[in-house]
Ligand binder design. Structure first.
Ligand code: FES
Length: 179
């Protein structure tokens, strides 16, 4: 079978049969394409692996987050002295997580993360209208449930679970909610 000396692998055939440039640049095209395909396959494999690892990382983070948000019981200072309709802010579960507590009755309280679920502006209570309002884009939430009632927010505020013991109010967990 006749092979074009220009496409022939370097070293194949007589050296004298190949043009000078072929001898100066001895690239084996067949081998070169094979390596390119192999590299592309390797790239695809590594990308898929990175994607799968990323999913596991997100899952692990969410499990750690769930662990972090629960189980630590913290007294909310000043809650017992709040008048009905009064509110205060507190940090839970750690010092960077601002939350808001509202006394809705003699024995009843509600508490949520203070970060609006639209773009994280701090929400403010409006107990007369049974609402929490976000001043940034006129978002509003139902005070009793923390669910969005107006404006851009689509998700409820994270709920701070409470326990009332001997007149004292304790935060016990934060519950993230999608709806
Ligand atoms: S940040 Fe609250 S409505 Fe936009």
């Amino acid at each position: 079978m006749h092979r074009d000396p220009e496409g022939a692998a370097p070293g194949s055939g007589e050296r004298g049969e190949q043009p000078q440039w072929r001898q100066d640049f001895p690239i084996d095209w067949t081998q070169d394409e094979y390596v390119a395909r192999r590299d592309f396959t390797k790239f695809l494999g590594l990308t898929s692996l990175a994607f799968v690892l990323g999913q596991f990382w997100i899952l692990a983070q969410s499990m750690i987050g769930r662990g972090r948000n629960g189980g630590r019981v913290t007294e909310i200072k000043g809650a017992r002295d709040l008048p009905v309709g009064g509110s205060l802010t507190f940090a839970y579960p750690d010092e960077y997580d601002d939350c808001i507590l509202v006394r809705t009755g003699r024995e009843s309280f509600v508490a949520y993360s203070q970060k609006c679920t639209h773009l994280s502006c701090p929400v403010r209570p409006d107990p007369e209208n049974n609402a929490l309002l976000c001043p940034c884009h006129h978002g509003s939430f139902d005070l009793a449930t923390g669910r969005p009632t107006g404006g851009p927010p689509r998700r409820p505020l994270p709920l701070v679970e409470l326990e009332v013991r001997g007149g004292r109010v304790y935060a016990t967990a934060v519950k993230e909610r999608m709806q």
